[in-house]
Design a protein around this ligand. Structure first.
Ligand SMILES: Nc1ncnc2c1ncn2[C@@H]1O[C@H](COP(=O)(O)OP(=O)(O)OP(=O)(O)O)[C@@H](O)[C@H]1O
Ligand SMILES: [Mg+2]
Length: 401
């Protein structure tokens, strides 16, 4: 069928034609935002899930809901090598400007601008009219981080006070939150705790990989009292069918049941994959019924698209020893693996592999579901590793691969 009409949207963060299976998370978060705006106590949300499961599109939807409730939203994405101050400054500046446009006393806002300049002053950032900063050669990670820890909570407090006066609230949305370093996480959590104690309208929605709750607990021991951790998982079979069937219906097209079963079998309900299979099946089908045979043909194209766009981008950032480590994991199989078993496959001592493991966790490729266990953060990555490194045989005693 005509690719121009193709209703599916494969790609990271691409809004799906139908956001299915997330009503509970959306309803609960909507209530949380409304309660915070009314200065009622409410736990903030950290959404966690594997790669491609739909965290970013959910966060975008929540930001939209917050704006519908006339909240001031600060939306940002953490990156591996960017400080929190650098990331948050443009969003805070925008928020203060928005607050300035709403009627209210100037005092609280003036306090906001003052603390904002303090944040900039300590963290070598440039934002529009402000260009204050310390010499980067003088600076170091710990100094930058401690500046954020001391300046962010009063800044958020001042902004939330100004918001309260204006009958609105501040909602901050942080994607890829697992990339924040511990002092930055602590700064955000302190800000949340502080505004909660003062009953000021500030709400945080974060999204990240499954190691995020552990990082939050490492940053602040009482983190679990401040957050709820909704898990964003794969779609159920009926939600997968809805994600496929509803978008094509308005073109008078439908998937036959066997085609839906085949897509669910191939994708295991992972949203990124569902969009990719839906899209390729549409392109290959003559219509108006998309058959199991169309889906089987589509599998070849969908797999090569995933290899090119979804998996490869991730493996390209790895060193040879990191790739070998992942290949050893895939040798054992999917799911949660014992670090000891992986070391055995590599014919190495577990302690020697610690730095490689840590780097892979920092790069967001794997996470530790519990002590001594590891799993891939990217669904079906084990199969991909076997496709790109087919020759790996594992270690035989006395021979490291
Ligand atoms: N609930 C859903 N129903 C249907 N499709 C969805 C749903 N959620 C996400 N998708 C689709 O899945 C793909 C991946 O979504 P998204 O980029 O939000 O995932 P993510 O969890 O943020 O991934 P990453 O961890 O790689 O950033 C997109 O193409 C999106 O349209
Ligand atoms: Mg994302």
């Amino acid at each position: 069928m005509d690719p121009i009409d193709n209703p599916f949207s494969p790609g990271a963060g691409a809004p799906p034609p139908e956001l299915v299976g997330r009503d509970d998370i959306l309803n609960q978060t909507t209530t949380g935002i409304a309660r915070t705006k009314a200065c009622r106590s409410e736990r903030s949300r950290l959404l966690t899930g594997l790669r491609g499961v739909g965290k970013t599109v959910l966060l975008n939807k929540i930001a939209w809901i917050a704006r519908q409730q006339e909240c001031i939203t600060l939306q940002m994405e953490a990156r591996e090598c960017q400080s929190l101050a650098e990331m948050i400054a443009p969003a805070v500046e925008e928020a203060l400007n928005s607050l300035d446009k709403i009627r209210g006393t100037k005092d609280a806002l003036a306090k906001g601008w003052k603390t904002f300049k303090a944040l900039l002053g300590g963290a070598r950032i440039r934002v529009s009219e402000f260009e204050v900063g310390f010499d980067p050669t003088e600076g170091n990670e710990s100094r930058g981080a401690s500046v954020v820890e001391s300046t962010l909570p009063p800044l958020i407090e001042a902004a939330a006070e100004a918001a309260k006066e204006r009958n609105t609230s501040i909602v901050i949305l942080v994607d890829e939150m697992q990339y924040l370093d511990i002092p930055s996480l602590r700064a955000l959590i302190f800000s949340l705790h502080n505004t909660q104690q003062k009953q000021l309208p500030f709400y945080l929605v974060g999204a990240g990989l499954p190691n995020l709750p552990g990082l939050a607990a490492e940053a602040v021991s009482y983190a679990e009292r401040l957050f709820l951790y909704p898990v964003v998982g794969p779609l159920s079979q009926s939600d997968t069918e809805k994600a496929l069937q509803d978008p094509v219906q308005k073109y008078n097209v439908h998937f036959e049941q066997e085609a839906l079963d085949e897509i669910f079998r191939q994708t295991q309900g992972y949203p990124y994959f569902v969009q990719e299979w839906g899209s390729q099946s549409w392109n290959l089908s003559m219509g108006p019924t998309i058959t199991k045979s169309d889906v089987r043909k589509a599998t070849l194209y969908a797999t090569s698209q995933l290899d090119e766009r979804f998996f490869r981008a991730r493996i390209d950032r790895l060193t040879p020893s990191e790739k070998t480590y992942l290949r050893a994991m895939s040798h054992i199989g999917p799911g949660q693996l014992r670090t000891g078993d992986i070391s055995k496959v590599l014919g190495r001592r577990s302690g020697d592999l610690g730095p490689t493991r840590d780097k892979l966790i920092k790069k967001g490729m794997i996470y530790s579901p519990s002590h001594g266990l590891l799993a891939f953060t990217v669904p079906l990555f084990d199969e991909y590793m076997k496709r790109v490194m087919p020759e790996f045989a594992g270690s035989t005693p006395g021979h490291a691969p």
